[in-house]
Design a protein. Structure first.
Length: 194
């Protein structure tokens, strides 16, 4: 059985929406887009490069997959992260996409996200990593399908925006397996489900 590892950038009050750009995700009138940029440093870059080049397949919700096509899918810069992202098998969960041809090595998983991912997880194959895709992560967490979290906990609160652990979910306990603090106060915490 494959394991599923999630990497999420999160504020102290749990917001995961729109960290990269002001226009990244304005759903619900969110006006704090781009909040994560000022916290990037060498430590974070090094840690994320390790995580984003680890062997394995990737799993995306539709919105994040489409956003990543622009950020990674058209690059040919020889960067190890770019090379990994383009070469990895990418599973995209969507009820609305017609196909997943827009980014090489992408496979469309149709239908109910939890059922599709549970079936994929049960098959032999490489472990799956999710970067972003908050709605998908919330559904999979509620179904008990997430095995590991890497949370980049940023030292700020926003009070509005999509939160990582919104909605119903079972009591789930995790062990802290490692942590690193960046020069800008971000705690990169690695958790494994008990």
């Amino acid at each position: 059985m494959r394991s599923i590892m999630v990497t999420m950038w999160v504020t102290l009050d749990g917001v995961v929406q729109g960290l990269g750009r002001p226009d990244e995700d304005t759903r619900g009138g969110f006006t704090h887009g781009g909040w994560g940029q000022r916290y990037t440093d060498e430590v974070m870059g090094r840690e994320m490069a390790k995580a984003m080049t680890a062997p394995g397949d990737m799993l995306f919700g539709r919105r994040t997959w489409q956003d990543f096509i622009t950020a990674w899918g058209r690059l040919t810069d020889g960067n190890p992260v770019t090379t990994h992202m383009n070469a990895a098998t990418k599973y995209v969960v969507s009820r609305t996409l017609e196909d997943a041809d827009a980014w090489q090595n992408s496979i469309l998983l149709r239908g109910d996200a939890v059922d599709a991912v549970a079936d994929l997880k049960a098959q032999p194959g490489r472990d799956l990593s999710i970067i972003g895709s908050a709605s998908l992560v919330q559904d999979l967490h509620a179904a008990g399908l997430i095995d590991h979290y890497t949370l980049l906990i940023h030292p700020l609160t926003l009070s509005t925006g999509t939160r990582l652990f919104e909605g119903p979910a079972p009591l789930t306990e995790f062990d802290l397996t490692d942590s690193v603090t960046t020069t800008k106060g971000v705690i990169i915490a690695h958790y494994t489900r008990r």
